[in-house]
Design a protein around this ligand. Structure first.
Ligand code: FES
Ligand code: FES
Length: 169
């Protein structure tokens, strides 16, 4: 498997979750273990650009796939635009849930770009990323301190920046 652009070998033990492999075998502690049962979103990573809960995934299932963790999205001094937007809007708060929130936001924006509808999408043919859509699509990621409004502002801001950049091309 490829993790953040580097080849990584699968664990010998087929019971190792993708989350444990990332944290314990590859020393990538950015992906957090919150509930370890699929309820909090802290362990969200991207697999070939799609978001998944790594605590519910066995590492061996992902042979040949490309995994991106928060460490692969951006680095200090070279933040991903979503990371910058989170900082700007106070969505970037505790280190525990923020990595999952950011990976989830990146995956979510890609889903919308592909036209994937959500539970609250009205017209299935044209997915508009309203605040209601964002809230619904980010609802798998919990934030116990309540930074939700900052998180939604950050995503909305980044979306606006992207559409301005597209319009300018
Ligand atoms: S640790 Fe995976 S969803 Fe909570
Ligand atoms: S930012 Fe982590 S609990 Fe709110």
């Amino acid at each position: 498997m490829n993790v953040n652009g580097a080849e990584a070998s699968l664990p010998d033990d087929p019971r190792v979750s993708l989350l444990d492999m990332l944290r314990d075998h590859l020393s990538l502690p950015g992906t957090k273990k919150g509930c370890n049962q699929g309820a909090c979103g802290a362990c969200t990573v991207l697999v070939d650009g799609e978001r998944i809960l790594s605590c519910l995934a066995l590492a061996v299932q992902y042979e040949g796939r490309s995994i991106t963790t928060i460490e692969g999205l951006g680095q200090p001094g070279q933040l991903h635009p979503i990371q910058k937007a989170f900082v700007q809007h106070d969505g970037f708060q505790c280190g525990y849930c923020t990595p999952g929130q950011i990976c989830s936001a990146v995956g979510m924006l890609a889903e919308v770009e592909r036209g994937v509808p959500s539970h609250v999408t009205g017209v299935l043919e044209t997915v508009m990323l309203t605040r209601e859509e964002m809230r619904e699509r980010m609802s798998g990621n919990l934030c116990r301190c309540g930074a939700y409004n900052g998180i939604i502002d950050a995503i909305a801001d980044e979306l606006e920046a992207e559409s301005h950049a597209e319009a300018a091309q």
